[in-house]
Structure formats: structure tokens, C-alpha cells
Design a protein around this ligand. Structure first.
Ligand SMILES: Cc1cc2nc3c(=O)[nH]c(=O)nc-3n(C[C@H](O)[C@H](O)[C@H](O)COP(=O)(O)O)c2cc1C
Length: 196
């Protein structure tokens, strides 16, 4: 993609939970828009990305404006004085979720998430884990109380999505809904016309 743009970026973090195809769909969709994207992939995220999508973080460079190393605290998105449009951590591991919930900021992803919460900007977290431990349940509550949006990677059975690809579209669309990015990844539920 072309050189970095001046508009505030959307920050996308990929961590080591199952669900890397959702992140890929979010990035592919954003690449067709004018929204600049800053991407950070944790080591765990890279492992799962390879496992589930057969890709490395470097393969995603062409889809985004900027890729930061997860240990790079000099990155602009580590600072609250850098405006952003919001952040999604997709998928979000229980590990990363727990760290953010407790104010830890020892990676660029957790630091940038901390910044989004303290600056009251949108932060969408997409956990996949099931069943949930009492730790993760409490951590999710803490994050919701702090303003985070917990968007479980859960299927919408009422939409009659019949393929994994359709589910990935739906979940990627839900992430973009919460970040205010228009898309055509899924159509919401509509009651059937009893006369139709
Ligand atoms: C194939 C694979 C799937 C995984 N799925 C999950 C998952 O769904 N949820 C989760 O919390 N951790 C999952 N893990 C474990 C995390 O990757 C691990 O806890 C890692 O330390 C997370 O690091 P990060 O938070 O820095 O990305 C998975 C690991 C592998 C290798």
C-alpha cells in the first residue's frame, strides 16, 4: 500500500487466540477503504496466524499502512497524544485480555489498549475462549466497566450463516460496526414478512 496517511489510524492488534481469519477479513475490508490502519501482531498472534491462515505478519504489510513490532514502545500509537480512530484486538487472547484489565502495558498491544481506555476511545476486544475461567469472566467485567467493548467470536444462529467463511464475514462486520466503518460483510436480521 502507499505511504502512511495523515488521518488518525485505526489500530488493529492480533493476539494468540483462535480467530486469525477474522482479523484477516477485517484487514482485507479496511484495505478497500480510506481508513489508515496501524497493525501490531503479538508473538502468540503470529503463531496462530500461521496455524490458521498460513500467513506471517509480514504477509499482512501490503494490506495496511504501518506494521509495528509488539515490543516497540517508541511507536506513535503507544502515546495518548497521537490521535486514533479506535482499536480492535482481534482475536484477543485471555492472556492479553487479563493484562489490559489489570492495567499492564508491557507490549505495544497492551500499551495501546491502555491508551485507548484512558483516552475514552473505542476499544473492541474479540475473545474466542470457551468455556470461560472465572479469571477471564472477571477481567471481561473490568474491561466493560472501563469502556471496552467485549465482542465474543460467537455465531449468530438466527442469521442462518451456513459456512465458516460466512461466520468470519459476520464477525469481521461486527468489529467494523463498532469502529464506525461501513461495510457489506453481512446483513442484519429482518423479520420474515408473514404475507411474503
Ligand atoms: C493454535 C492455538 C490456538 C490458541 N487459541 C487460544 C484461544 O482461543 N484463546 C486464548 O486465550 N489463547 C489461545 N491460545 C494460547 C495463546 O496463544 C497463549 O496464551 C499466548 O501466550 C498468548 O499470547 P499473546 O496474548 O501475547 O498473544 C492458542 C494457542 C495456539 C497455538
Amino acid at each position: 500500500m502507499s505511504s502512511p496517511r495523515e488521518e488518525p489510524p485505526l489500530v488493529i492488534g492480533i493476539t494468540g487466540a483462535s480467530g486469525a481469519p477474522i482479523a484477516l477479513r477485517v484487514l482485507e475490508t479496511l484495505a478497500k477503504t480510506d481508513v489508515p490502519v496501524a497493525l501490531v501482531v503479538s508473538d502468540g498472534g503470529e503463531t496462530v496466524l500461521r496455524e490458521e491462515c498460513g500467513k506471517y505478519a509480514r504477509d499482512l504489510e501490503e494490506l495496511v499502512d504501518r506494521v509495528y513490532d509488539d515490543g516497540d514502545f517508541t511507536a506513535r500509537i503507544a502515546s495518548g497524544s497521537t490521535p486514533t480512530r479506535g482499536m480492535a484486538i482481534v482475536p484477543c487472547s485471555a492472556n492479553t485480555l487479563g493484562k489490559i484489565a489489570h492495567g499492564l502495558a508491557d507490549t505495544l498491544i497492551t500499551r495501546s489498549a491502555h491508551v485507548h481506555l484512558k483516552e475514552h476511545r473505542p476499544l473492541v476486544l474479540v475473545p474466542r475462549e470457551t468455556p470461560l475461567s472465572v479469571f477471564t469472566l472477571r477481567n471481561m467485567t473490568l474491561l466493560a466497566e472501563a469502556g471496552g467493548i467485549l465482542l465474543m467470536a460467537a455465531p449468530p444462529y438466527y442469521l442462518k450463516v451456513t459456512t465458516v467463511d460466512g461466520l468470519v464475514d459476520y464477525l469481521a462486520g461486527k468489529v467494523l460496526d463498532h469502529l464506525g466503518v461501513p461495510h457489506q460483510l453481512y446483513r442484519g436480521w429482518k423479520a420474515e414478512d408473514p404475507d411474503g
